[in-house]
Design a protein around this ligand. Structure first.
Ligand SMILES: *Cc1c(COP(=O)(O)O)cnc(C)c1O
Length: 392
């Protein structure tokens, strides 16, 4: 069956639940056992079935089953946030003396918190690499490289990575490939077909889809499940049952929402490309975006998040005139919800392997589900304010 059909049915079985369409929300810490023998038996396989609240409830398992199905993996582990999924997707594979290759365009906390803070303090070194490196990654592999972390397209700058080429090199050196797959929602990219070992998502974004929960997912093959699950439960990353329910509910409309995000974002991207204030559109489906050909090869569509590089570099006042008075695009972090958002971004502050010098200002748009013509009007007025302020 096709993806949208599977998304409607994955992770639920009304027959187990009085015929009710959706699975119930189980709130649990303690799970009781009828006998000492049963308790002992369950303790042999704590990651299979219901054992203790932190290890998951049937609500969480339903979400995990559905996300594994979405991404084409065998197992999934839900976590309390996308950041927890990132940490939980890397830590199982590294220890003191090991090395991580981290994409230079990674989500900032992946770099600053995970690599520069925790991993460094625990004796794991990181080398940052150009997201467009492809097969050139071979030159950076070390005998102790255990994880090659990818994020495609990259945060803020949207470079699309050659995952099969990277996976080939990583695997030849005995390293795991971890992908931050949040942009595609797992809907427009099937990571395991491209050689990825572990796919993490901030389910906070498109899967939840309504800006009302924090949730992460780690999807993998059955062979890595126990190793990752024991790290995740050991770190204490329990996903809350109500949030798992919201993630599961979001999944039911994911296909319809992604289709609309894609359509509106493309219309806005093409409209912006014609505006004189705009330099480059960093949208993977547009030819200006680095890695556009790889996007065409590997992805089946595009979500609603993209970057806009302005033609000039403007000061604070002009950018504030543009963004402070938007009617629909709110200023705010996160994305993937029904509502449109915008942020001014500065990639040069968090890069070392690649630069962003002498470039126009970067603006990131999350195109929501509002009527696209209203969104275009909002942007048109904003760009007029930018021009008026810039030429004052
Ligand atoms: C938001 C985001 C995260 C972190 O997710 P949280 O749920 O906010 O912890 C990770 N990766 C990417 C690409 C993100 O945009």
């Amino acid at each position: 069956m096709k993806k949208d059909t599977r998304l409607g049915h994955a992770g639920r079985n009304p027959e187990d639940n009085f015929g009710i369409v959706n699975p119930p929300v189980y709130h649990a810490s303690t799970v009781t056992f009828p006998t000492v023998a049963a308790m002992h038996e369950a303790g042999k396989t704590p990651f299979e079935g219901v054992y203790y609240g932190r290890y998951g409830t049937p609500t969480q398992f339903a979400l995990e089953e559905a996300v594994a199905e979405l991404e084409g993996g065998e197992k999934c582990i839900a976590t309390s946030s996308g950041q927890a999924a990132i940490v939980g997707g890397v830590l199982p594979f590294v220890g003191t003396g090991d090395h991580v290759l981290m994409v230079d365009s990674a989500y900032a906390p992946t770099r600053l918190r995970l690599c520069e803070d925790f991993l460094k303090r625990f004796g794991v070194s990181t080398t940052y690499y150009d997201p467009l490196i492809g097969a050139g990654l071979a030159d950076l592999m070390q005998p102790n490289t255990k994880v090659v972390f990818t994020e495609s397209p990259g945060s803020l700058t949207f470079e699309v990575q050659d995952l099969p080429a990277i996976a080939h090199i990583a695997h030849a050196g005995g390293a795991k490939v971890v992908l931050d797959n949040t942009w595609s929602a797992g809907y427009f990219l099937q990571p395991f077909e491209l050689g990825v070992d572990v796919s993490v998502q901030a389910a906070t974004k498109y899967i939840v889809g309504h800006s009302d929960a924090m949730l992460g997912t780690i999807t993998c093959g059955a062979d890595l499940y126990v190793q990752i699950k024991s790290t995740v439960t050991g770190m204490g990353y329990a996903a809350a049952p109500d949030d798992c329910y919201l993630g599961l509910r979001g999944l039911r409309s994911l296909g319809a929402r992604m289709a609309q995000h894609q359509k509106s974002a493309l219309k806005i991207a093409h409209w912006l490309a014609e505006r004189p204030e705009v330099g480059r559109i960093l949208h993977p489906a547009l030819p200006d975006c680095p890695g556009h050909d790889i996007w065409k090869r590997d992805f089946t569509g595009a979500s609603g998040l993209f970057g806009v590089e302005l033609a000039d570099h403007h000061g604070h006042d002009a950018i504030a005139a543009f963004l402070d008075h938007m009617r629909l695009f709110a200023l705010g972090y996160s994305w993937g919800g029904f509502e449109s958002l915008v942020i001014p971004a500065n990639p040069s502050a968090i890069r070392t392997a690649t630069g962003w010098e002498n470039r126009g200002n970067l603006i990131r748009l999350q195109v929501g589900l509002e009527d696209v013509d209203d969104l275009i009007d909002d942007l048109a007025d904003g760009l007029d304010r930018l021009t008026a302020t810039a030429t004052e």
